[in-house]
Ligand binder design. Structure first.
Ligand SMILES: Nc1ncnc2c1ncn2[C@@H]1O[C@H](COP(=O)(O)OP(=O)(O)O)[C@@H](O)[C@H]1O
Ligand SMILES: [Mg+2]
Length: 589
């Protein structure tokens, strides 16, 4: 999935490529038995439906003129049974097909989600999440019908077509040929219209994907929109996308309708001609019953042709969707376990950055020749201007991104050579934006260590001074919070995220502006709890309020792609450099 925005089409045209349909075979194969069964049921149902006109022919040509009432009754009963059987088997088939369709959706969705969870930060950095959602939900839904019903119907309609042709030919060869003469004409029309139709449907799905992307982004940023009263402008953008979607859909529908109309008109014309020819030949050669039966088959003959034309359309769309689904499944997991990755044994917490150079986009380096030696249990503070690379340093430590050159060791193990799971499991990382999941506060704190007892959760909350405000809530730890924690204050969210990080009992603790939204008094209380907790753990703390990191073993002033100053608080104050200026400026405040 290429980097993209809501106002850029993903790709206008993809040539029809059977490769994707074949690859989807993996998902279909698992249901081979049910699919075959459905096909058999469908075939039985189709044959039962087709004997009708034959019985009518017999009745009109033979039984009615001869007033053979017994035969009429028998023919009627056979007809009734045939219709009932046809309905019965068609219901059975629907039942199986629904199951197969849903199972295919289920399997693709599962694979997609599992893959999405493996994709690195880089993937999510600048791809519209709305477009990812469209793939996982809309495209998968659309594809499932093509892969289940579509395939069965395709086989079935061809079978139907052949069967009807045989029944028709059995009635009268010459008249049948008149009916079939419309086929090449229709094929010509399809040949002309199809490419336009395919393009139109692909354009529709692009426009719908853009619309979803913008909607998703708007929902996420709704509060900011209202703060800046941008509603009007956003409505304009949305309406524009909406109009494009509407127009694309209308255009696609128009070409599809054109094909439907052609089939109807061609079939009406050929059946009309057949009637004329048939009536002119009426007599011993062509009986009236035969003509009526033939007309009935002739109408039916065009049904599968129309269905096949529609199915072709379904497959075209499905292939375009499948391509995007597979593209996402094939999205390389660039941050992955090395083939010979080993488990990182229980660590003590020594960290070494050895001449590390890193860039997010392979053009501008954020860190250059960055070297740092941290002993187990040492507390490190990172300070410096916004955008200097503090978050980047700690992101690299957990290998959320791969470094461009240099090496990063924990306890002497190169972190690119150990499994991500064993690495991240031992790190406690509190990211800059403390995300809250939907569920109870208890669930949120327990997020990273599912086996933690309630007492452990409460103890962690007490340490970070979150216990008091949680207990004051109407349902305490069982209070439901929504996704993103919209019912909590920013500071409360941070305290919960803090407790969540602590509960995982990490050897290396990373706090990225963990206390930026917490008032000074709570922070001081929190600090006491933390000091006890940080003992024996390596910690990396990024903070703007320098009072909170004054006691760190070492303070690093990050600037100019590396460490500009390094030392204890007293040493850096003595140095009278950047840190000194920052500190005195804050003191004055
Ligand atoms: N995901 C990203 N993709 C591209 N560039 C990024 C990304 N995250 C941060 N940057 C850039 O890297 C630099 C360092 O960012 P960061 O480490 O977040 O700074 P800070 O010191 O404020 O934590 C900034 O110039 C920022 O623009
Ligand atoms: Mg940062």
């Amino acid at each position: 999935m290429a980097r993209n925005r809501f106002d850029v089409d993903e790709r206008l045209e993809t040539p029809f490529n059977i490769k994707h349909l074949l690859r989807a075979g993996v998902y279909i194969k698992r249901h081979a038995f049910k699919m075959t069964l459905s096909l058999i049921f469908s075939a039985i149902s189709a044959v039962c439906a087709l004997v009708g006109p034959m019985l009518v022919e017999r009745a009109l040509n033979d039984a009615v003129p001869n007033k053979d009432y017994r035969q009429i009754v028998i023919l009627s009963v056979i007809m009734l049974v045939a219709i009932l059987l046809s309905i019965f088997f068609s219901i059975l088939r629907s039942k199986y097909m629904t199951i197969v369709g849903q199972e295919i959706i289920y399997a693709i969705r599962k694979d997609l989600f599992e893959h999405l969870q493996k994709l690195p930060f880089q993937f999510y950095d600048d791809r519209p999440h709305g477009k990812i959602l469209t793939r996982v939900i809309n495209y998968v839904n659309s594809v499932s019908d093509a892969l289940s019903n579509g395939i069965i119907n395709f086989v079935l309609e061809i079978f139907n077509l052949i069967l009807i042709a045989i029944f028709m030919l059995m009635c009268d060869v010459r008249l049948s040929l008149v009916v079939m003469a419309g086929v090449p004409v229709f094929a010509g029309i399809i040949f002309i219209l199809k490419p336009a139709q395919r393009r139109a449907w692909q354009d529709t799905s692009n426009k719908s994907s853009n619309l979803n992307a913008y909607l998703h982004e708007s929902l996420d940023g709704m509060k900011i929109t209202q703060v800046f009263t941008r509603e009007e402008k956003n409505a304009e953008i949305y309406n524009d996308l909406n109009t494009k979607m509407y127009k694309a859909w209308m255009k696609a529908q128009y070409t599809s309708n054109l094909i439907g109309f052609s089939v109807e008109n061609i079939s009406t014309i050929v059946v009309g001609i057949m009637y004329l020819v048939g009536l002119s030949m009426l007599g011993p050669a062509v009986q009236i019953g035969t003509l009526i039966a033939l007309a009935s088959y002739a109408w039916r003959f065009w049904q599968p042709i129309l269905q096949l034309a529609n199915l072709y359309n379904t497959f075209i769309n499905a292939v375009a969707y499948l391509e995007r689904i597979f593209e996402m499944l094939d999205e390389p997991v660039t941050v992955d376990d090395a083939p010979d990755a080993t488990e990182l044994p229980e660590i003590t917490g020594n960290v070494t950055f050895d001449d590390v150079t890193f860039s997010y986009d392979n053009t501008i380096n954020v860190l250059e020749h960055f070297s740092l030696d941290v002993k187990a249990g040492e507390s490190i503070a990172l300070v410096g201007p916004t955008g200097a690379g503090k978050t980047t340093v700690v992101n690299l430590l957990s290998r959320f991104y791969n470094i461009n050159s240099g090496e990063l060791h924990i306890d002497g193990h190169d972190i690119s050579k150990v499994t991500l799971h064993s690495l991240r499991k031992q790190m406690g990382i509190m990211l800059q934006d403390s995300f809250i999941f939907s569920g109870t506060i208890m669930d949120n704190i327990r997020y990273g260590r599912l086996d933690a007892t309630d007492e452990e959760v409460i103890a962690a909350a007490k340490t970070v001074r979150a216990h008091d405000f949680i207990s004051e809530m109407p349902e305490g730890y069982n209070t439901q919070v929504n996704e993103r924690g919209s019912r909590l204050s920013q500071g409360q969210k941070q305290l919960i995220a803090f407790a969540r990080t602590l509960l995982s009992d990490p050897k290396i603790l990373v706090l990225d502006e963990a206390t930026s939204s917490i008032d000074a008094k709570t922070e001081r209380l929190l600090q006491e709890g933390l000091d006890a907790l940080l003992k024996g753990r390596t910690s990396f703390v990024i903070a703007h309020r320098l009072s909170t990191i004054k006691n760190s073993d070492r303070i690093l002033y990050i600037a100019n792609k590396g460490i500009a100053e390094s030392g204890s608080h007293d040493e850096l104050i003595e140095l009278k450099g950047n840190y000194y200026h920052l500190y005195t400026a804050q003191l004055e405040e």
